[in-house]
Design a protein around this ligand. Structure first.
Ligand code: EPS
Length: 359
């Protein structure tokens, strides 16, 4: 048994859902803590007015009784309040009455950089909306809810995970001005975020197969977040410019390291140092001053779709990246320690720490 996460939901559909399987029984969850993480994701300078409309809150449909996990699938739901404006346009069933509200008119103007063109070609859609709704970063809300649960499990094992922004639009501080300038130019910005995990014990992940490698899993999880185009573990790309004598983390008695250029992972296995990963986000592809495109209805040159969007969502990415890293670390911990029940998992953790302490 491992941890597994399945999500569903369109940006302006009725709701987003997540099903989490493999959680140990007996984990105490706190609704306020999950909602606080959902709230953090909605903050940040440069978000769209959509964030004032939504006040994301988790609803639990299964897997929890009186605040404690049952060891059965945990079903989470986050409603899209904006759906009330899209009741015709995003109705799961053939809507009654004349087309009305948002989403009533088909979109035929694909945005360069978004899922629009690849999505309609791949799935045979006529309306670009059928692709963009799921590709939207809106559904990162349920990644955050799942990540919040994972952080609660990790905290039982003494592991803490925190994401932060390193830069937005090339600015390492004072990025509000850069965001204001981009907004004034009807443009968008990307940036870089970092996630650090402290207290991670050695032995998460494995070199045994490519799929087991913790760095590969973290990279896939981060790259799976909308608009992420680059991932780095530890000193990542900078290590390519170094000699081996300078690039590695020498080992001292007590098995301590003199540095942490590997970002806490060697050969796909955590080594007990802080885990450090970074993700680079491209500028968002919905521009108020649209890029050149083609109208799919006519084949003629046209301007891409303009629709309400964020100028920058890098601060939100820091929260989402934290969530997916937490999920992957919890999954690796669950595999290392087993545990249908949290009490078994903690006992295995203590026994393992004791075994490696005596090395
Ligand atoms: C998004 C477009 C915007 C963002 C959205 C992601 O949505 P809307 O078109 O409804 O204003 O605000 O992000 C969220 C709604 C969210 O909750 O993060 C996109 O196209 O990816």
């Amino acid at each position: 048994m491992t941890l597994a996460l399945t999500t569903a939901g369109e940006s302006h559909g009725p709701a987003l859902v997540a099903i989490l399987t493999g959680l140990p029984a007996g984990l105490t969850l706190d609704r306020a803590a999950i909602d606080a993480d959902l709230h953090r994701r909605q903050q940040g300078y440069g978000r769209s007015p959509r964030q004032q409309l939504e006040q994301d809150e988790v609803e639990v449909l299964a897997g929890l009784r009186h605040g404690r996990t049952l060891g059965t699938p945990l079903a989470l739901l986050v409603r899209n309040r904006d759906h009330r404006n899209w009741e015709w346009g995003m109705n799961p069933w053939p809507p009654e009455g004349e087309p009305s509200g948002k989403g009533a008119k088909p979109v035929t103007l694909p945005r360069p950089g978004h899922a629009d063109l690849a999505g309609v070609l791949k799935y045979g859609h006529d309306d670009v909306r059928n692709a963009l709704e799921r590709a939207s970063a809106r559904h990162t809300a349920v990644y955050v809810a799942a990540g919040s649960v994972a952080k609660t499990l990790l905290s039982e094992l003494g592991i803490g995970v925190a994401g932060s922004v390193l830069e937005i639009g090339g600015e390492r501080e004072g990025w509000e001005q850069a965001i204001d300038a981009a907004r004034a130019d009807r443009d968008t910005l990307g940036g870089v975020v970092e996630v650090r995990a402290s207290g991670a014990f050695p032995g998460l992940g494995s070199y045994a197969t490519r799929e087991d490698r913790l760095d590969a899993r973290l990279a896939a999880a981060l790259m799976g977040i909308q608009a992420v185009k680059g991932v780095e573990v530890g000193d990542g790309f900078a290590l390519a410019h170094e000699r081996g004598s300078a690039a590695h983390d020498e080992i001292e008695p007590g098995l301590r390291r003199r540095s942490n250029r590997a970002g806490g992972i060697e050969a796909g296995v955590s080594n007990g140092e802080e885990i450090v990963v970074r993700a680079a986000m491209k500028p968002l592809p919905t521009l108020m001053r649209p890029l050149d495109s083609v109208d799919l209805a006519t084949g003629e040159p046209a301007q891409a779709l303009v629709e309400r969007s964020d100028v920058a969502a890098v601060e939100a990415l820091a929260v989402v990246a934290e969530a997916v890293v937490a999920w992957e670390l919890a999954r690796a911990a669950r595999e290392k320690l087993g545990g249908d029940a949290l009490v078994d998992m903690k006992a295995a953790h203590a026994a393992y720490l004791e075994r490696i302490r005596t090395r």
